[in-house]
Every structure is written in structure tokens, then in C-alpha cells.
Design a protein around this ligand. Structure first.
Ligand code: BGC
Length: 751
């Protein structure tokens, strides 16, 4: 790579910083201190203006005619100046969870590797893969000169129409928290900071800048906040990004309950809260209620944490100690995650082939085989004529858009589609399934029909041995999307299926869509937005080079009438203002359909394989200190190697939960034909408890609990019962902590 001005600038800055650092104390001396001690000592040496520098970030791209700071990396999300005198480097911030993105308006793009969408990675049910994906994108961030990655999206999928579901980890707190937490850990293994976002309850894009979420606090702790808590315990992110929306009347970035009480006190978060871009509305309230760093100025109308914070401190409206705390939190994260000791610089080497292999492995385990009647898949060697129809499968694979969009190597395979500007562009990564399929099926003739004319597509399908229709649903940040395929694709699929009974549908979607044709199509494959090597991954699955092992991380509803809000509120502008009562409370997704006895199209946890598995037996025993240890056996009863996901659901015999069953554990195992494996899973006691606001504690009710081993949330194959004593875990309880006391029975408190 040539040395750009930016590279030169960073190298010079890094050199100057190391000199300054050596002048204050030797690295060896510094390294003997904890991150806490180093942060505290550094703050003591800082002037007020230096502290203020750390708490105001700038947008790294052009914004409404305003230029970014010269030192920012061009086209990036953000920049926060450093303190060279004290050896503190600037923070160079990049989006997002699937790779190093370039801001849409930037004229030159960084071409980087994209993972599949976040919901796809959740569909792998494989925390190791999530870690490896995080490590890969974090390495590209570091090589690109970034030391803060705005990743870790873990908002729960409460509504399949949320335009950003593709950035998140699905609908279940345990699965989402585990997968996203692993990804955060992978990113940070590069000695950079990852965020987790968007804290909290930003589960719809319509009105994201004005809607006001109303949810019972205990229910929030058992759903969205628990997902954050799990992700943070596993990933230890340096920063948490607060969201745009309001909760209980207060914006998330100035919300005392969310930031001070839950995040900093109960979760014990030591890092810093950064705002989403344009999510700050005040100085005094935001500072007092827990925000530590304003991001992306001038996205907000004022530099609330710049000159206005200085004035507020002078006027005694914000205590000086609060500014110290903000600066110390920022510095703590910078020391703890290595970005002071290992400064980044632009222009590092990237092994794209190796990184694309990581992305492809993720996509292959993410793809969910939803239906496979008559074992139509995998395509056998006798298939001679394959017609691929629609979805621009001759050009590439679809991506989700918005700030997280990665500009791929080779550029957009289908440029010029509307919208070309925000919230677009519509992007296809240049890895065409058609080409990849032809490569893997050399004895077949693979042809392509674009699908704009259903009659022509049907005629082509009639003349083929197998017809593969690609169905797409484009989605982006700042908008929500109908729960259906775009345009006339439903009619196209119907026409093709009527012409050829051997029709396969491959979906590239944000989340679940309705499938009015589902009963007339023998094979359906959910490929999500499959990332840089999505075409190769899809071809491997269709031809059986890879045995599918993805499982749905969200419920696929049969119709919008099944949703907690059949009619989506607002008019689909991010500026809409309305109250958003989450009537489903903690009963998100499968919990909602189970509670209401609804029949989803495909249930949470569902996914088929080209082999078959036996599930069980399952045993369970109460674990010392709370929780349960579950053991179960999975066996490959078919004749191909494959991966099974054992899903453990729990149910209290006394009821009292938000839904009949909760996912409390899972494990994915790879099995040769005939092989069996027994795995142990420790169930977190909070998943067996309900949150009690009055007692400010997680309470496990005494009694019997059924633990069920499932192939999906609706396919439970065996169970066992365990009896648990009453337990109470304080709200600030953490795994491994022994502070477990018997809960007082009703009426006993105070005796
Ligand atoms: C998004 C964030 C993103 C930020 C910076 C905001 O619009 O909500 O997820 O990190 O922009 O690009």
C-alpha cells in the first residue's frame, strides 16, 4: 500500500506520542500499574481543557458542508483528539459489526472484508466462529488505523420489520448476548476497543430519534438489558454506545436509570458511555445522568460536551469530579484494551484471502435449511440443467445498508439501484452464486434468468431439472421494512414453483419474511446477507459440500397479525415521535408465540441438516451457588458428517415466567456419521429467575423446573426435572460470584 498523507500523519503522531510517553514514565513502570491506576494517575496530570478534549468526538467525514478534523481518517465514523503531552493517542473510530465500513458520502472507499450480517452470525449458534469473525474484522480495523470499532450491536429483534435486525443478534438474550459478546472479545483481541450498542431498547428504526419506549423495568432486565449484560460479561467492551430513542420519557443518552443505575452500578461497567451520532440533547442532564463522551459532532446541533460543558462546570451545574470521572473512564478503556501501549497506524497489511475464508466459514454455518421435502437438496451429480432465477444472483449477494455497510473488494456488483444515497446505496458484494454454483457443478449447465418477467422465468424453469429462485429483501439503518420480499418476488416464486416442482428458494433477507408460497415449494434456504463470500457459501450448501447447520435466531412469523404490534407504529421516518409501549414486555419472539399459542411459519431454533440426529438423554443437577448443570448427548444417526445444535429450554412447574419456556443453554457439536458426544452446559441462574424490582434482585422461586432438550423451540425431544431451592441474587451479581442468599418467602421479609 502506498504511504498516504494519513499514514505519514499517523506514523509521526505515533512516534511523537511514544517520545512523550517515555518522558513521563518508562513503559515497564507504567505496565506494572493496572489500567485503573494508570487512568487515575493520568487524569491527575491533566488540565481541564485536556479532560474536555477526551469527551467530545468529531465526525470523521463531511457533514452538511462541514469538514472533518484534518487528523481524522477520511470517511470514517469518528475522531477524538489525543493528549500527546501525556502519551494518549487519538481515538480513531470506525463502524461496525461486520467489518470496517466507509461512510456513505466519502468519495474514496476503503475496500474491506465483510462478515455475513450479525443476525447470520447469530444463526451459527457458534460462539467460536463469532470470536474468529470479530478477530478478523478487528484486525482489519487495526491495519486501517482504527482503534475503536463501533460494533457489538445486541438490540433484541422484537419486530421482524426493524430495518436494523441484520446488525443484531436475534431475539433471545442468551443467544444474542453470547454471540455478540464473543464477537466483541474477538475484536478486542487486536488491542483495540469495541463498543456494544445501541443501549438500549432501540428495537425499531421508525422514530428512532423520537420514539419513547415504555416497558416495565423488570421485563427490560429480563430481555434487552439481559442481552447487553451477557454480551458485556463475555466481551468486556471498552465502550457502550447509548441509543437515539427515549425510554420512560428520557433520551437514552441522558437516562439516569439506564446509564447510572443499570449500566454503571448494577452491571459494574468501568468503561465509557459514548453517544450515538446525533443522540445528545443536553449538557447538564446528559453529564449528570451518565454520558461520558459526545460522539460525531456536528451530528448534534451543539457541542454539548465542548464549550457548553466547560460553562456548566464553571457555573457549578456539573461537578468537576464528574468531568474527572468521564475522562478517567475513557482513559481506563484506552489503557485496559491496549490502545495506548500499542498505537495503531494506517496502511497495515491485510490478508484478504485468509479473511474472506473466515467470512465464508461464518456464512456457511449461518445458512439455515428451512425446508427440504423429498431431500431435493443437496443437488446431486445427476442434475444436468439448473436455472437460477432472480436476486441478481449472476452478479453478487445482497448486503444491508447504513453506517455498517462495508465497501467490498471489487466494488458494488450492481451499482445505481435506488436509493443510491442514504439510506442506500443498495449494495451487492461481487461474489455471484451463479458462478460459484457452476464451478461446483461442472457436469451441469447453469443458466440465469433475471426474473423480471415471471412467465419467462416459468418457461426457463420448465426446461430445467432444478429451478433455484433467489428472493431478496433489502434493508437499511434509519428505515423499517415490510415483512415480505421486495417487489413482485412472491408472484415470481409462485410462477416458477407451478412450472417446476423441483424448485428451491434461496432467501437473502434482513430477518423473517412472509412466504405465501411456502407450502408449494419443496426446499427453502435462508442465507441472510451472507457477506463477502456469500456466493461461495450458498453454492457449497446447495451442492452439499457443506452440510447446513444454521438455526433460526429469530421466529419466522406466519403473518404480521401474529406480531405484538400487527401495525407498525409511525410513518417510517426516523424522526417520528410517539410512545412505543412494549406490551409483549419480556416475551420476545418465541416467548410471544408460545405464550399466545400461535403457529409460526418456522420457529426459533429451527434448521435442518442433510443428516439426522438423535437428541438425548438429558440430565440436570442443581449447581452449587445457583444455576443448574445440564448434560445431554447428541448423536449423528444419518450418513453424512454434520453439526447439531442441542438447545436447552427451561420451564418452572409453578409458572410465573413471561412465557412457558426460555432458552437457557445450547451447544453446537460436529459429529461424524454414527458418532455421539455428551456435552455439559451450565445454566446461568438469572435465566431461571425473575427480576424483582422491589427487592432489586433476581429471584429463583423454589420448586421443580423442567429442562427440555430441543432441536428447536417447537421440537423438544426429551426432558428432565430438577428441584431448586429459593435463591436471591442481587442485581449486581456476576457469574462466579458467591453472593447467593435464600430469598425470603412472601410475608417473611423483615421477620
Ligand atoms: C448509527 C451507529 C453508528 C454511527 C456512526 C449512527 O447513525 O446508529 O450505529 O455507529 O452512526 O456512524
Amino acid at each position: 500500500m502506498q504511504m498516504t498523507n494519513g499514514v505519514r500523519r499517523s506514523l509521526l503522531a505515533a512516534a511523537a506520542m511514544s517520545l512523550a510517553f517515555m518522558a513521563t514514565a518508562s513503559t515497564a513502570q507504567q505496565n506494572q500499574l493496572s489500567a485503573d491506576q494508570r487512568a487515575e494517575a493520568t487524569v491527575k496530570k491533566m488540565t481541564q481543557d485536556e479532560k474536555l478534549k477526551l469527551v467530545l468526538g468529531y465526525f470523521g467525514s463531511d457533514w452538511e458542508g462541514k469538514k472533518p478534523p484534518a487528523a481524522a481518517h477520511y470517511g470514517s465514523a469518528g475522531y477524538v483528539p489525543g493528549i500527546p503531552r501525556l502519551g494518549i493517542p487519538p481515538q480513531f473510530q470506525t463502524d461496525a459489526g461486520i467489518g470496517v465500513a466507509t461512510q456513505g458520502a466519502a468519495t474514496t472507499k476503503r475496500e474491506r472484508t465483510s462478515l455475513p450480517s450479525g443476525i447470520a452470525t447469530a444463526a451459527t449458534w457458534n460462539p467460536d466462529l463469532a470470536f474468529q469473525g470479530g478477530r478478523m474484522i478487528g484486525s482489519e480495523a487495526r491495519a486501517s488505523g482504527f482503534n475503536v470499532m463501533l460494533a457489538g450491536g445486541v438490540n433484541l429483534a422484537r419486530d421482524p420489520r426493524n430495518g436494523r435486525n441484520f446488525e443484531y443478534g436475534g431475539e433471545d438474550p442468551l443467544l444474542a448476548g453470547t454471540i455478540v459478546g464473543s464477537q466483541i472479545a474477538g475484536i478486542q483481541s487486536n488491542q483495540i476497543i469495541s463498543t456494544t450498542k445501541h443501549y438500549a431498547l432501540n428495537d425499531l428504526e421508525t422514530g428512532r430519534k423520537g420514539h419513547d419506549v415504555r416497558i416495565d423495568h423488570a421485563a427490560a432486565r429480563m430481555s434487552d438489558l439481559l442481552a447487553f449484560q451477557f454480551a458485556m460479561e463475555r466481551g468486556d467492551p471498552g465502550s457502550v454506545m447509548c441509543a437515539y430513542n427515549k425510554v420512560d420519557g428520557d433520551f437514552a443518552c441522558e437516562n439516569d436509570w439506564l446509564l447510572n443505575h443499570v449500566l454503571k452500578r448494577d452491571f459494574g461497567f468501568r468503561g465509557y458511555v459514548m453517544s450515538d451520532w446525533g443522540a445528545v440533547h443536553s449538557t447538564v442532564k446528559a453529564a449528570r445522568n451518565g454520558l461520558d463522551q459526545q460522539s460525531g459532532y456536528p451530528f448534534d446541533d451543539k457541542p454539548y460536551f465542548g464549550s457548553l460543558l466547560k460553562q456548566a462546570i464553571a457555573a457549578g451545574q456539573v461537578p468537576k469530579s464528574r468531568l474527572d470521572d468521564m475522562a478517567e473512564r475513557v482513559l481506563y478503556a484506552m489503557f485496559a484494551h491496549g490502545i495506548v501501549d500499542n498505537p495503531v497506524s494506517e496502511g497495515g497489511a491485510i490478508d484478504f484471502a485468509a479473511n474472506e475464508a473466515v467470512s465464508q466459514a461464518d456464512a456457511e454455518q449461518a445458512i439455515v435449511l428451512l425446508k427440504n421435502e423429498g431431500n431435493l437438496l443437496p443437488l446431486g451429480p445427476n442434475v444436468r440443467r439448473i436455472v437460477v432465477i432472480g436476486g441478481r444472483a449472476d452478479k453478487g449477494v445482497l448486503a444491508g445498508s447504513g453506517s455498517s455497510l462495508v465497501y467490498p473488494r471489487g466494488g458494488n456488483a450492481v451499482p445505481g439501484l435506488d436509493p443510491t444515497g442514504w439510506p442506500g446505496p443498495v449494495m451487492y458484494f461481487p461474489n455471484p452464486p451463479v458462478q460459484e454454483l457452476q464451478r461446483l457443478a461442472p457436469n451441469a449447465r447453469v443458466t440465469f434468468v433475471d426474473g423480471t418477467d415471471p412467465a419467462a422465468a416459468a418457461a426457463a424453469a420448465r426446461a430445467a431439472d432444478v429451478a433455484i429462485v433467489f428472493g431478496t429483501q433489502w434493508s437499511s439503518e434509519s428505515i423499517d421494512v415490510p415483512m415480505k420480499l421486495d417487489g413482485n418476488q412472491d408472484a415470481l416464486i409462485d410462477a416458477v414453483a407451478a412450472a417446476n416442482p423441483r424448485t428451491v428458494v434461496v432467501l437473502e433477507t434482513n430477518a423473517g419474511v412472509t412466504m405465501p408460497w411456502a407450502s408449494r415449494v419443496p426446499a427453502i434456504v435462508e442465507a441472510w446477507y451472507p457477506g463477502s463470500k456469500g456466493g461461495a457459501a450458498i453454492a457449497n450448501i446447495l451442492t452439499g459440500q457443506t452440510n447446513p447447520s444454521g438455526r433460526l435466531p429469530v421466529t419466522f412469523y406466519a403473518a404480521e397479525s401474529q406480531l405484538p404490534r400487527p401495525v407498525r407504529p409511525g410513518a417510517n421516518s426516523e424522526m417520528d415521535q410517539f410512545d412505543l409501549p412494549y406490551a409483549e414486555a419480556a416475551a420476545v419472539g418465541y416467548k410471544w408465540v408460545d405464550r399466545n399459542n400461535l403457529q409460526p411459519l418456522f420457529p426459533f431454533g429451527h434448521g435442518l441438516s442433510y443428516t439426522s440426529f438423535d437428541y438425548g438423554p438429558i440430565t440436570a443437577a442443581a449447581a452449587p451457588g445457583g444455576g443448574v448443570r445440564v448434560q445431554f448427548t447428541l448423536r449423528n444417526s444419518g450418513n453424512r458428517p454434520g453439526m447439531a445444535v442441542g438447545q436447552v429450554y427451561a420451564s418452572p412447574s409453578s409458572g410465573g415466567w413471561e412465557a412457558p419456556n426460555r432458552l437457557v443453554g445450547f451447544a453446537k457439536v460436529e459429529l461424524a456419521p454414527g458418532a455421539a458426544q455428551t456435552v455439559a452446559v451450565d445454566v446461568d441462574p438469572r435465566l431461571l429467575a425473575t427480576f424483582d424490582e422491589a427487592a432489586h434482585a433476581w429471584q429463583i422461586a423454589p420448586g421443580n423446573y423442567t429442562l427440555m432438550l430441543g432441536a428447536s423451540s417447537r421440537d423438544l425431544r426429551g426432558n428432565t426435572t430438577v428441584s431448586l431451592p429459593a435463591l436471591s441474587l442481587p442485581a449486581n451479581w456476576r457469574p462466579g460470584q458467591e453472593a447467593v442468599a435464600p430469598a425470603p418467602r412472601r410475608g417473611e421479609r423483615g421477620r
